[in-house]
Design a protein around this ligand. Structure first.
Ligand code: C2E
Ligand code: CA
Ligand code: CA
Length: 242
């Protein structure tokens, strides 16, 4: 798993990380998730793989917490549709919280709408139960696909992640769209993360519009867990926080 920082736009501080899966193949090198996740989804491997991601992310977060003095950061893990439709998910997540002792308020799951569309009734039930454990839920890739606004009221999301396509829209209507979506999210009491922010100007503009967080190469590429620990120690020296 690699971890990409999610930055609070207001002060530029690290708020959390998204866990992104990589496959380090002995011959083919690093294989991106776009190649192996769809294959895993077509087989029965996505269940264990997705659970592995959640488990590893929670364990790494606990290590970072212990080593840095309980920083208030979160870790966000991607969830696949096959996982959501698996009857064991809720129990698996509960067991994982027990085992890793992670504080569920520091754990986020990211889902795309295509996932909910497959079976909205079941998705609603499972998400409501997951939410009861105290973790939070992010609607990923918002602004692509159908982005039905109904998902925002029908499912218990507390975070919207704006897709880079929306953030980077080259037309002059971009600002209107972004401002409206951010205002809507805020009115619904949701956090907003902008993906694919390319320049400092864009980051400043998004912050002014009320967007809470940003995630992109501008703020940092995905990095290994030990590099994250070094980064956290550097950014949050214990003396500064005392
Ligand atoms: P995503 O959830 O939208 O993740 C963000 C992707 O955008 C990541 O690609 C990240 O490296 C990339 N990215 C970040 N900043 C920038 C930027 O400034 N410019 C550009 N062009 N790209 C940026 P990555 O790591 O290749 O992941 C691709 C997708 O694979 C993810 O999209 C997610 O849907 C899926 N994925 C990754 N890990 C997992 C996992 O553990 N489980 C599941 N189910 N899906 C995963
Ligand atoms: Ca994601
Ligand atoms: Ca995304």
């Amino acid at each position: 798993l690699a971890y990409q920082p999610i930055i609070r736009l207001k002060d530029g501080e690290i708020a959390g990380f998204e866990a992104l899966m990589r496959w380090d193949h002995p011959k083919r090198g690093s294989i991106p998730p776009s190649e192996f996740i769809p294959v895993a989804e077509m087989s029965d491997l996505i269940g264990p793989l997705g659970l592995f991601a959640m488990d590893r992310a929670a364990s790494n977060l606990m290590t970072w917490q212990h080593q840095t003095g309980d920083l208030p950061i979160f870790v966000s893990v991607n969830l696949s549709s096959a996982q959501l439709l698996n009857a064991d998910l809720y129990n698996d997540v509960r067991a994982l919280i027990q085992k890793t002792q992670v504080n569920p308020s520091q754990l986020k799951l990211e889902l795309t709408e295509s996932l909910m569309m497959e079976n909205p009734e079941q998705a609603r039930l499972v998400l409501a139960k997951l939410k009861e454990t105290g973790l939070s839920l992010a609607l990923d890739d918002f602004g692509t696909g159908y982005s039905s606004l109904a998902y925002l009221t029908q499912f218990p999301f507390d975070t919207i992640k704006l897709d880079k396509a929306l953030v980077r829209d080259a037309t002059e209507k971009r600002a209107v769209l972004l401002r409206s979506v951010i205002a809507m999210a805020r009115a619904l009491d949701m956090d907003v993360v902008a993906e694919g922010v390319e320049t400092d100007e864009d980051a400043a503009e998004l912050a002014k519009m009320g967007c809470h967080f940003g995630q992109s190469y501008l703020f940092g590429p995905p990095a290994a867990a030990d590099a994250v620990l070094r980064l956290l120690k550097e950014r949050f020296p214990l003396t500064k926080r005392a």
